[in-house]
Ligand binder design. Structure first.
Ligand SMILES: Cc1ncc(C[n+]2csc(CCOP(=O)(O)OP(=O)(O)O)c2C)c(N)n1
Length: 554
């Protein structure tokens, strides 16, 4: 017979689940859990803001592919987690958020630091729990992990009242360690039909989404592309699924794609969509996306099928399993005519990265960082122009090399996610490309970074503005620039120094390339500061609401 408190039980269940590291901030309503955590093998990372803790857990999960854990206290602690949870939901990241709550008898009394975090997170979690007795924990904690990792991954919140944490439980056996639930059997008739359509197509395109990365199916997707001679495009979330320099890669599609990529899609007669969801940033105006193509849609989440585009064949299942089932049924094809047409479009609309030889320009900086690192490095970004420049110009070559907030587009994601990535695998160099607007949204996590001594390099692309907003106002609001240029200009290097993080200023470096390389290779955290011309915009660009073929610039 085991006997322990609810708090101790939670910690034991997390340990049994294989949790090695978790991030959070304590407070009154979660102190029993923290007390139990103090005696655990789990490494607790003390974030400086709960949103930072949520993104650290996300960073770990995006690298490991496993559910990772964050903690917050009740009330403001819990509400500070909300953005990171919503972000995990939109990018399908397995996350288990555990919050403290006021004692059961006080719920509903507007007690100190009481919020209904259960109610608030209903629409942004895959599932959530309010635990009402210590006995429930035996089921709820494993269930949280099982739900987070089964099928389409996502965030689960477990709200645990303080008295439940303090209750004593006696039990005979620990529940089994949670594993993903099996998926329904594949519809083999649909697989056969998809294979027939691929074999019959003359101008097929493979369209890969983040689901390919989550499912560990990148290699199978590349094999399918090679076998069937299919040019392959990737969403922002799928970058790295096929190496960018693979001859069949036509790069990212959508709002900031290369021109030729969107033109290739325009001419497709079959679109094989794998683990992607026809997001508006990827497809532009839905009615005009791939106007001539039949659609095969493969997704683990049945609610994505036919949601935005009616599929001719829809297959619900693990995308890796579906691809393995398709491969023996898909004929080897060279598709010389189609591929040479794709090449002619590529040659007609060449991708050029202006200033690419100068590490003090936006593209040049991205390429100089890439040149200094190997493919083992992990790259995170914040949200804005810098995010799109990195997506366009960084040569991603492997799954989970690239962590970005795609669905929610959350400024402040980059640095705590980079901390999480480094916590998940301390052997890797992690680079966070940030903008000066985004960086300030979780700048306090420099303290956490310094404390943990992680190998995280922040490349701060400083245009002293909310660049992407400034760009939109210039292009679509008659150049009426409002609330997007900063008047103050903080000294980021001094701020970093104040937090105990070393810095390098490429603006003043005699040899910026050498200084960059040295900073990237020196162990430990570092802030690499570069001024970027505010008038540099992200091109090409599909104007909001337009079709992908109506790109401007570039
Ligand atoms: C939390 C949050 N607030 C507001 C926005 C809207 N937004 C998108 S990009 C952007 C500007 C980003 O500025 P910065 O981080 O400096 O990057 P830059 O575009 O200059 O590269 C803003 C305000 C957002 N995405 N996230």
């Amino acid at each position: 017979m085991y006997q322990m408190t609810g708090a101790q039980l939670i910690v034991r269940l997390l340990e049994r689940q294989g949790v090695k590291t978790a991030a959070g901030i304590p407070g009154g309503a979660i102190l029993p859990l923290y007390d139990a955590l103090s005696g655990s093998v789990i490494h607790h990372v003390l974030a400086r803001h709960e949103q930072g803790a949520g993104f650290m857990a996300q960073g770990m999960a995006r690298v490991s592919g496993r559910p990772e854990v964050c903690f917050a206290s009740s009330g403001p602690g819990a509400t500070n987690l909300v953005t990171a949870i919503a972000d995990a939901r939109l990018d399908s990241i397995p996350l288990v958020a555990i919050t403290g709550q006021v004692p059961l008898s006080m719920i509903g009394t507007d007690a100190f630091q009481e919020v209904d975090i259960y109610g608030m997170t209903v629409p942004i979690t895959k599932h959530n729990f309010l635990v009402r007795s210590v006995d429930e924990l035996l089921e709820v904690i494993p269930a949280a992990f099982r739900i987070a990792m089964s099928g389409r991954p996502g965030p689960v919140l477990v709200d645990v009242p303080k008295d439940v944490q303090n209750q004593t439980i006696r039990f005979a056996e620990f529940p089994p360690v949670a594993t993903p639930e099996p998926l329904p059997a594949l519809d083999m008739a649909a697989v056969e039909e998809a294979a027939r359509m691929i074999n019959a197509a003359e101008q097929p395109v493979l369209y890969l989404g983040g689901g390919v990365i989550h499912a560990g199916a990148a290699q199978a997707a590349v094999t399918l592309a090679e076998q069937a001679g299919m040019p392959t495009t990737m969403t922002l979330m799928a970058l790295g699924a096929m190496p960018v320099d693979h001859p069949l890669s036509i790069g990212m599609l959508g709002m900031h794609a290369a021109r030729y990529t969107n033109f290739v899609l325009e001419e497709a007669d079959l679109l094989v969509c794998v683990g992607a969801r026809f997001d508006d940033r990827a497809i532009g105006k839905a009615a005009q996306f791939c106007p001539n193509a039949k659609i095969v849609h493969i997704d683990v989440d049945p609610s994505e099928l036919h949601k935005i585009k009616q599929a001719h064949v829809a297959i619900n299942g693990d995308v890796g399993e579906v691809l393995e089932a398709l491969l023996p049924r898909v004929k080897a094809a060279l598709r010389k005519r189609w591929l040479s047409h794709v090449e002619s479009l590529r040659a007609r609309f060449p991708v050029e990265w202006a200033g690419q030889d100068d590490p003090r320009t936006h593209y040049g900086l991205v390429q100089a960082v890439a040149a200094a690192l190997d493919d083992e490095a992990v790259i995170t970004t914040d949200v804005g122009q810098h995010q799109m420049w990195v997506a366009q110009a960084y040569p991603f070559r492997r799954p989970r090399q690239w962590l970005t907030s795609g669905g929610l587009g959350t400024m402040g994601f980059g640095m705590p996610a980079a901390i999480g990535a480094a916590l998940a695998d301390r052997s890797r160099t992690v680079v966070c490309f940030s903008g000066d607007g985004s960086f300030k949204m979780n700048i306090q996590e420099l303290a956490t970074l310094a404390e943990e001594g992680l190998n995280v390099k922040i490349v701060l692309m400083n245009n002293n503005s909310l660049g992407l907003v400034y760009q939109q106002q210039n292009l679509f609001y008659g150049k009426r620039v409002f609330a997007s240029k900063y008047r103050g200009a903080p000294d980021f290097l001094k701020i970093a120094e104040g937090f105990g993080v070393a810095g390098v200023d490429l603006d003043t470096a005699a040899n910026p390339r050498a200084a960059l390389t040295q900073a990237l290779h020196a162990p430990g955290p570092c802030l690499i500061h570069v001024s970027i011309d505010r008038e540099e915009f992200v091109y090409p660009m599909v104007p909001p609401g337009a079709a992908n073929t109506e790109m401007i610039g570039g």
